[in-house]
Design a protein around this ligand. Structure first.
Ligand SMILES: Nc1ncnc2c1ncn2[C@@H]1O[C@H](COP(=O)(O)OP(=O)(O)OP(=O)(O)O)[C@@H](O)[C@H]1O
Length: 272
């Protein structure tokens, strides 16, 4: 299990500061919800963690170490809001997931989901065997996210939004992340499949034990999924604490304001 620690992260777009000196710890194996109004800097902070936003200053630490790349790849995976944009339309589902697998067959590292079928003896297996091992591993990741492995041969245009988001998750998990950043991953989906994807994410997070930064507008979902909540306002982290404490007894006016916009949570707070 791994932790994610952000120290003094600042992101500027030209002269505009989108994220200002943010410190945040996502303890190992736990989920932190990142909430805030529109434009408060949530996505920018998530992108800065994986180097997709221009970080002016600050450090991203995994298990206390900066940039601990494994096999040349980042231990942090980001799943975007839009499953239609996050997959290459020309690649089959199987090829997409296979691309994310580290070095072909499993190495038994990371979250322990590898097959262990690689050439540890030093002898390189014939191409046919390597392909079969890779296909088996792709099938396992598709099964992990509740998809029929027979769909590996399809391209994304043959899938529904919910199925595409499952493929995007399978792809992220195939990279065996220590940390997953989920940026509004259900907001582009039909309400009827949002619950299924969230249940899946909760189950996988518990089973595989990765740390997760869960970016969301939806405080009810944050309550369901997150151990702690961090609140952004104008690029500043204004409040952070255990989920029940922050949502039931908010200390900052921004948090109170966010809660007051959700009728059920506002009533729960009034009743407590
Ligand atoms: N590439 C960019 N260039 C310039 N400004 C940007 C860029 N990306 C984001 N911003 C600005 O940075 C601020 C934070 O944007 P960000 O997308 O991180 O907010 P957010 O909290 O994720 O909002 P939302 O919930 O609406 O997605 C906004 O004012 C936005 O306009």
């Amino acid at each position: 299990m791994s932790s994610l620690e952000l120290r003094g992260i600042t992101v500027r777009y030209g002269r505009f500061t989108a994220v200002d000196n943010v410190d945040l710890l996502v303890p190992e194996g736990t989920v932190t919800g990142l909430v805030g109004g529109s434009g408060s800097g949530k996505s920018t902070l998530g992108k800065a963690v994986v180097g997709l936003a221009p970080k002016q200053s600050g450090q991203v630490l995994i298990d206390g170490r900066e940039d601990p790349r494994r096999r040349g790849r980042s231990p942090v995976q980001l799943v975007f809001q839009n499953p239609y944009a996050s997959l290459d339309p020309r690649m089959t589902v199987g090829a997409s997931v296979a691309e994310a697998l580290s070095g072909g067959s499993g190495n038994g590292s990371g979250n322990g989901t590898g097959t262990g079928s690689g050439a540890r003896s030093g002898r390189r297996a014939p191409a046919r065997e390597r392909r079969a091992a890779r296909d088996a591993e792709v099938a396992r990741y598709l099964e992990l996210v509740g998809m029929d492995p027979a769909r590996a041969a399809l391209t994304p245009d043959a899938l529904s939004g919910g199925q595409r988001q499952r493929v995007a998750l399978a792809r992220a998990l195939a990279a065996r992340p220590a940390v997953l950043i989920a940026d509004e991953i259900t907001s582009a989906l039909d309400v009827s499949v949002q619950g299924a994807v969230l249940n899946l994410l909760r189950r996988l997070q518990r089973e595989l034990g990765f740390a997760m930064l869960f970016i969301s507008h939806n405080l009810a979902v944050v309550r369901y999924l997150c151990d702690q909540v961090a609140v952004l306002d104008g690029g500043h982290l204004v409040e952070c604490g255990p989920t029940d404490r922050v949502l039931d007894h908010p200390e900052h006016p921004t948090t109170r304001n966010l809660i007051s916009c959700v009728p059920d949570l506002a009533l729960a707070e009034e009743a407590s």
